[in-house]
Design a protein. Structure first.
Length: 308
């Protein structure tokens, strides 16, 4: 599209992800996960699951057709300021009368509690993490993103497939496998990458919270026993992976150290040419979006929310 072309899943790949997510959910709901549950979770790392997943992904049939809506997404390492800029863009689009749908990483109700429980118990292996996030995006894509794009609305996504491409690759998941896993997702109209020096991003994150989350710091990778040192190492590796993605997918690089107003001005200048023919608001649609929780949220100034 320039909300691109869409490759639709056949039933088997989606069923695989959904079944894995449901299996993990059943394990997490047990009071005492124990060694057996841990072993079951770890099965997602085996070569057999990789083989089955790749085989199941074979029948992805391109279904090229233009979509009337627009998909704008933001990416960047933690502390890049991308969420703040997306929130400002959303407010501007709404003030201009456009119909806007908002979606964010790891927010699907079918996996959010599952993921939280797995993180709390430190049970998520790299492949399990990858499959759960794929299930999250697949659910949101077919229930929120595609219907909005087909209706001609604007979709704003705080993180998209490139988050998985960067984070999961750093955790050792095969890059070609990840591209195939997320082949169902439409290409965005514009994808913004907020480029920020590691030390600046670390300063923003570490000065704004009492502690770093286990997976956010990459503690599962064994870089360091010090969460702050591990965080810097992990985020530096993710940043390097994003550099690869900028070239591969033509992400729009944004200077995340520039003044906030300057960043927002550039975003609007780049977005504006893509707005011809996009759906405008009406009262009943706005109410429906608000009731479904798809209009986004107002961020406090300087906030850059990231959901691991």
């Amino acid at each position: 599209m320039n909300a691109g072309s869409v490759a639709r899943w056949w039933s088997s790949p989606w069923d695989l992800v959904r079944q894995l997510a449901h299996q993990i959910l059943r394990i997490f709901r047990s009071k005492e996960p124990g060694d057996a549950a841990t072993a079951t979770l770890r099965i997602a790392d085996t070569q057999e699951v990789r083989r089955v997943s790749l085989t199941a992904a074979e029948p992805i049939v391109p279904d090229d057709h233009p979509l009337p809506g627009r998909l704008f997404i933001v990416e960047g390492i933690d502390g890049s300021g991308k969420s703040t800029q997306l929130d400002l863009l959303r407010k501007w689009l709404l003030s201009e009368g456009y119909l806007v749908v908002f979606t964010e990483w790891n927010s699907s109700p079918i996996v959010k509690r599952t993921t939280s429980r797995g993180k709390n118990l430190h049970l998520l292996s790299p492949m399990t993490f990858s499959l759960i996030h794929a299930a999250d995006l697949a659910n949101r894509f077919y229930s929120q993103v595609m219907p909005a794009l087909e209706a001609g609305a604007i979709v704003l996504a705080d993180r998209y497939i490139y988050t998985a491409f960067a984070r999961d690759a750093v955790r050792g998941v095969s890059r070609p496998w990840l591209r195939r896993l997320y082949a169902f997702a439409a290409q965005p109209t514009l994808a913004f990458y907020f480029d920020v020096p590691l030390e600046e991003a670390a300063h923003r994150i570490l000065s704004g919270r009492p502690e770093i989350k286990y997976y956010e710091a990459g503690m599962d990778m064994g870089f360091s026993s010090d969460p702050y040192e591990s965080f810097r190492t992990f985020q530096a590796m993710i940043r390097e992976e994003y550099e690869r993605l900028v070239d591969e997918f033509s992400l729009v690089r944004m200077d995340a150290t520039a003044p906030l107003t300057q960043q927002q001005q550039r975003m609007r200048e780049l977005v504006r040419p893509h707005l011809d023919g996009v759906m405008r608001q009406n009262g009943s649609l706005n109410r429906a979006l608000a009731e479904a929780g798809l209009q986004g949220r107002y961020l406090a100034p300087g906030t850059d929310h990231d959901e691991w």
